[in-house]
Design a protein around this ligand. Structure first.
Ligand code: SDX
Length: 433
């Protein structure tokens, strides 16, 4: 990765009688940034930004979001076009390498991924160590982290070839692990990967086929699954991606870094929102109960939030949510399902978008609002929703991890703090406390 930031202005800070010049950098898109790296040295002051609402943690050339326009670009390509015209593996190549693959590159990349889909046979015993009712995300965290115990040859992050092998292994094996966790949780025998199937078909086959009967996945359904993976692939420096980058900045091996990302994504404010959103829509149950839940979401004394609504960056619509709504209709029509929850979701969206509170706080449906309805229609239990998010986001995490390791300005991440605890005091013996 070549650093492409350029200084385009200078910010002047007047502090304690000193005038401090701070470089202002511009990228190719988005807000300019004030470089505060030298601030502590020149002023003895830190910046304070819990939650990083105004802080760039890195330069990146992978994904760009314009929250005001509802725009999401993967290496410059709009998410709507990629979801419509591309495939998840093609998008994976784009995220990692920066360009859409030509036919030869796409064939080679697809074959490489296909050859890595199987798990080491001893990983089998990992699953049998979990309780049957363990959340599949617990199995994902544990199993992905343990992969570093099986693949010592590609944990040397400073070696390009080792990093490439690790990235290919993770993209290839994450569906196998996800499907394995699902089968284990429902007490069915696991299904091996089938290299004659494409990425989405193979995943659906590993999840839903059983030895007792033939299984055929419809092209509409596998195409919908592939689109869902594309929509979830990457999203700038969100919480889980920042977790992966921070873990990777210490030189931790790629499997440990991705396991850290999975753990972070699991939170209900992040990737866990799709599971929470569908549970909320089911709890609402009918259109006439929507006002009750809208009122609760607006009540400061009620911790309830409208799951699937709001976003740190999107202050207009989340483009992924619009594509996901279309996918919901395609899947439900293909399967001939009349899902009343979809009616509740559409009415809830309509009412919320006309409500002053949501308008004032710029709260719109995000990627998680419709995804649960689609995933449920595809046959997944809510406990698998965040697993599918993690499956797709793995390619975003490894692309960002790889970019960080190739960044010549990369250093170990080590934020500072504003300390408000006790000043120094002497130890008090037990008899005097
Ligand atoms: C993802 O970062 C990413 O890119 C993440 C993601 C990705 O692809 O990686 O896009 C995936 O995580 C999508 C978000 C999924 N989470 C949810 O749907 C959970 C519900 N949403 C919220 O918890 C919240 O909107 C967040 C966490 C998404 C964003 O939180 P912020 O940016 O810190 O916003 P905030 O909590 O400061 O809220 C601002 C105001 C608050 O009111 P005030 O204190 O200003 O009076 O809006 C209110 C909040 O109370 N608010 C909501 C709300 N979300 C924010 N009120 C009701 N319902 C909500 N959903």
């Amino acid at each position: 990765m070549e650093n492409l930031i350029k200084q385009t202005a200078t910010a002047k800070l007047s502090l304690d009688g000193k005038n401090i010049d701070l470089p202002v950098y511009s990228g190719s898109l988005g807000a300019p940034a004030i470089d505060v790296r030298g601030l502590y040295k020149t002023s003895g002051h830190f910046t304070f930004d819990p939650g990083y609402t105004s802080t760039c943690s890195t330069e990146s050339q992978i994904t760009f979001i314009d929250g005001g326009k509802g725009q999401l670009l993967y290496r410059g390509y709009p998410i709507e076009q990629l979801a419509e015209k591309s495939t998840f593996l093609e998008v994976s190549y784009l995220l990692i390498h920066g360009e859409l693959p030509n036919k030869k590159q796409n064939t080679e990349f697809t074959n490489t991924i296909t050859q890595h889909t199987m798990l080491h046979d001893q990983i089998e015993s990992f699953f049998h160590g979990f309780r049957r009712d363990a959340h599949p995300m617990a199995m994902m965290c544990g199993t992905v982290g343990a992969l570093s115990g099986f693949y010592h040859d590609d944990t040397h992050t400073t070696v390009d070839d080792a990093r490439n092998v690790a990235m290919h292994r993770l993209i290839a094996k994450i569906p196998t692990i996800a499907a394995r966790a699902y089968k284990y949780s429902i007490g069915q025998p696991h299904v091996f990967p089938d290299n004659s199937l494409n990425y989405a078909e193979n995943f659906l086959n590993m999840c839903f086929s059983v030895p007792a009967a033939p299984y055929h996945v419809s092209p509409t359904i596998s195409r919908a699954m592939d689109k869902i993976f594309i929509l979830h692939a990457d999203h700038e420096q969100n919480a889980s991606t920042s977790t992966v980058r921070l873990a990777g900045s210490s030189g931790a091996n790629p499997y440990a870094c991705i396991a850290a990302g999975i753990a972070c994504l699991w939170g209900p404010s992040h990737g866990g929102a799709n599971e929470a959103c569908l549970n909320m829509l089911r709890e609402i149950g009918s259109v006439d109960r929507i006002p009750e839940f809208i009122a609760r979401a607006k009540d400061k004394n009620d911790p309830f939030r409208l799951m699937g609504f709001g976003h740190r960056v999107y202050k207009n619509f989340d483009p992924r949510s619009r594509v996901m709504q279309k996918v919901a209709h395609e899947v439900l029509d293909e399967l001939g399902i009349r899902n009343p929850v979809l009616d509740v979701a559409k009415e809830l969206e309509k009412i919320a978008l006309e409500d002053e509170y949501f308008i004032e706080k710029k709260l719109y449906p995000n990627v998680d609002f419709y995804s649960g309805i689609v995933l449920s229609a595809l046959g997944f239990p809510t406990s698998m929703f965040t697993v599918l998010f993690a499956l797709a986001r793995t390619v975003g995490w490894i692309s960002q991890w790889n970019e960080m390791l190739e960044d010549p300005s990369q250093r170990i991440g080590r934020p500072r703090q504003l300390y408000t605890g006790p000043t120094q005091r002497d130890f008090v013996p037990m008899e005097e406390r």
